[in-house]
Design a protein around this ligand. Structure first.
Ligand code: ATP
Ligand code: BTN
Length: 328
């Protein structure tokens, strides 16, 4: 299923014609859309200003997109996935796939299901931070699950999602992908993906959890206030987002099943092996307080284990941020 609210239908039709990245004359585009050449020109300008796409205009040849565009396609994702078979809802534009997932839960839609979008106008990170979400470049992915097993089914869940994302990036040829507690996926010191879990209901009984994942896929330029990267910058090729979504869903299926059956304790060692900051000197920041220590790993519930003044201590909670110390 595909929904389009804010992006004009004319613009979408034009995109469908241009998405092959080849030249199309203004005349041919106008004829296909049933509008004048000047109307085509206006729509092209909207494509550039609204969707941030670059359109090359060459006299005598027409118009083409700077690079081919592969739009998300629920049927392809379904076909390419070998393990996961969740219903996929795709939006051309939405405020946030997590917000939409929460609205669908509130409206009574049965889980599991997956919400994807071509762009988010209010993509969110932890603690109200913004997640930059340009059109058709990245993956904005929110998987909704119903959780019945009480707290044990939630322990370490966001770390398990990190393992599934990392596995996906490794198999796509990003060998340096690793994790930073609690929710970041990095290549070296550059952020390539982020994870945001949101929960509704009673965590001790029955609840719904939204597993929100943002992966920078084909983004090559962005104004972000920290070091970042994308799959295309790491692999030197464009990545098919449908294939990525299918692979990620298969890996999510595998890791979630392991977590459901054995708990986070069974994944603790693997997570520590994937943690880029094992053994590093860090500051753990909670509001205006910070604690200096050395990273030992995580415990059986996914809490961060630090050595602080020679003593091992565990820390958990959504408000915590980890930073490398200058002397690390
Ligand atoms: P921490 O998780 O340790 O608290 P963080 O700075 O990574 O720190 P998050 O809330 O996890 O904070 O992520 C949101 C931040 O991610 C934004 O403030 C911005 O710096 C960065 N960001 C936003 N969009 C993107 C994106 N598409 N790719 C990479 N980074 C992004
Ligand atoms: C973070 O690093 O703080 C988490 C970023 C999570 C971004 C994803 S994109 C899909 C889903 N929808 C959102 O609004 N946020 C998450």
């Amino acid at each position: 299923m595909r929904a389009s609210l804010c992006i004009e239908i004319g613009m979408l039709k034009l995109l469908t014609l241009l998405k092959d990245g080849r030249f199309h004359s203004g005349e041919a585009l106008g004829a296909a859309l049933g509008v004048s050449r000047s109307a085509v020109w206006k729509q092209l300008q909207l494509l550039e200003s609204e969707l941030n796409l670059t359109v090359y205009k060459v006299r005598g040849r027409g118009y083409r997109l700077a690079s081919p565009l592969m739009l998300l396609d629920a049927e392809q994702i379904f076909r390419l996935a070998t393990k996961a078979s969740w219903p996929v809802l795709i939006h051309d534009e939405i405020d946030s796939t997590n917000a939409e997932a929460l609205r669908l839960i509130a409206s009574g839609r049965g889980a599991p299901f997956l919400v994807l979008a071509e762009r988010q106008s209010a993509g969110r990170g932890r603690r109200g931070r913004a997640w930059l979400s340009p059109f058709a470049q990245n993956l904005y992915y929110s998987l909704v699950l119903r959780v019945e097993g009480g707290m044990r089914q939630l322990e370490g869940l966001s770390l398990v999602v990190g393992l599934a994302v990392r596995q996906t990036l490794l198999s796509l040829g990003v060998p340096g992908a690793g994790l930073k507690w609690p929710n970041d996926v990095l290549v070296g010191n550059r952020k390539v993906a982020g994870i945001l879990l949101e929960l509704v209901g009673d965590p001790a009984d029955v609840c719904h959890v939204v597993l929100g994942i943002g992966i920078n896929v084909n983004m090559q330029e962005a104004d972000i206030d920290q070091a970042w990267t994308s799959l295309t910058l790491e692999c030197g090729r464009l990545v098919d987002r449908n294939q990525l979504a299918a692979l990620l869903s298969d890996n999510m299926q595998t890791y979630l099943a392991r977590h459901r059956e054995h708990g986070f304790a069974a994944l603790q060692g693997e997570w520590e092996g994937a943690h880029l900051w094992q053994g590093r000197a860090v500051s753990l920041i909670a509001g205006s307080n910070s604690i200096n220590g050395t990273v030992l790993g995580v415990d059986r519930q996914g809490a961060l284990r630090l050595e602080v003044d020679g003593v091992e201590k565990s820390f958990s909670g959504g408000e915590l941020s980890l930073r490398l110390r200058d002397d690390s």
